[in-house]
Design a protein around this ligand. Structure first.
Ligand code: FMN
Length: 201
């Protein structure tokens, strides 16, 4: 393989945070068979149970990367409000931010829907209107959109403002049901993966 990288992570759009447009299952099928012999590949996005870990290992991955599943670990420094929002949420609450105007690029971020997401849509409409009226230059307009979420993750995770912050969460958030130690989460994942592999003989 033409690269000097040690390993790669393939992350699908089910993941929390910044995402692309393609799902983990499709990316894994498209990429793993072709590169896993040459370079270690980790799979990420939407994984919350050991059965899924086992399936990707069987497909040739050397490991997985999980984010959402660990947010409510006891060891996680996330604010109690942030953890509460995760425990309450179901998969369909974790939605990507939406681009309203083709001139104003938005890199999608998957997060729990809240008031600020609605405000962001309104902000995009407001900036687009200023562009139409010639009241603002394109560069300035794009900058305003790009900077909109600056500090928003910290506002939610550290300050606990889950209405005006960015509550980044993946679609697996529905499977996060309680606070528990990291060791417990890892033990559950390993037990589920081992049982899945054993049942296949
Ligand atoms: C609250 C939260 C914050 C995240 N922040 C970052 C970040 O700053 N940089 C980054 O590369 N990935 C970030 N991620 C993505 C994770 O590193 C990981 O790749 C992703 O959560 C895996 O998908 P999953 O959420 O479906 O488990 C974040 C994810 C969450 C849930």
């Amino acid at each position: 393989m033409r690269s000097n990288v040690d390993a790669i992570v393939i992350e699908g759009m089910e993941a929390g945070g910044h995402i692309g447009p393609v799902s983990t299952t499709v990316l894994a099928q498209e990429i793993l068979p072709h590169v896993s012999h040459d370079i270690p590949v980790f799979i990420a996005g939407g994984i919350a149970r050991g059965e899924a870990v086992a399936a990707y290992l069987e497909m040739g991955a050397v490991g997985v990367q999980l984010g959402t599943r660990f947010v409510c670990a006891n060891e996680s420094i996330a604010h109690a409000n942030f953890k509460k929002a995760f425990i309450r949420a179901s998969a369909r609450d974790a939605i990507p931010s939406v681009q309203i105007d083709p001139r104003l690029p938005v890199i999608p971020v998957r997060a729990l829907k809240n008031r600020e997401m609605e405000n962001f849509a309104a902000k995009q409409r407001e900036v687009a209107q200023k562009l139409d009226e010639g009241a603002i230059e394109m560069a300035e307009a794009q900058l305003q959109i790009e900077h909109y979420w600056a500090g928003a993750l910290r506002r939610a995770v550290i300050d606990g403002d889950v209405e005006t912050g960015s509550v980044m969460a993946g679609q697996s958030v529905g499977m996060v049901t309680r606070e528990e130690p990291v060791a417990e989460i890892i033990r559950e994942l390993i037990d589920e993966a081992a049982a899945a592999l054993e049942s296949r003989g």
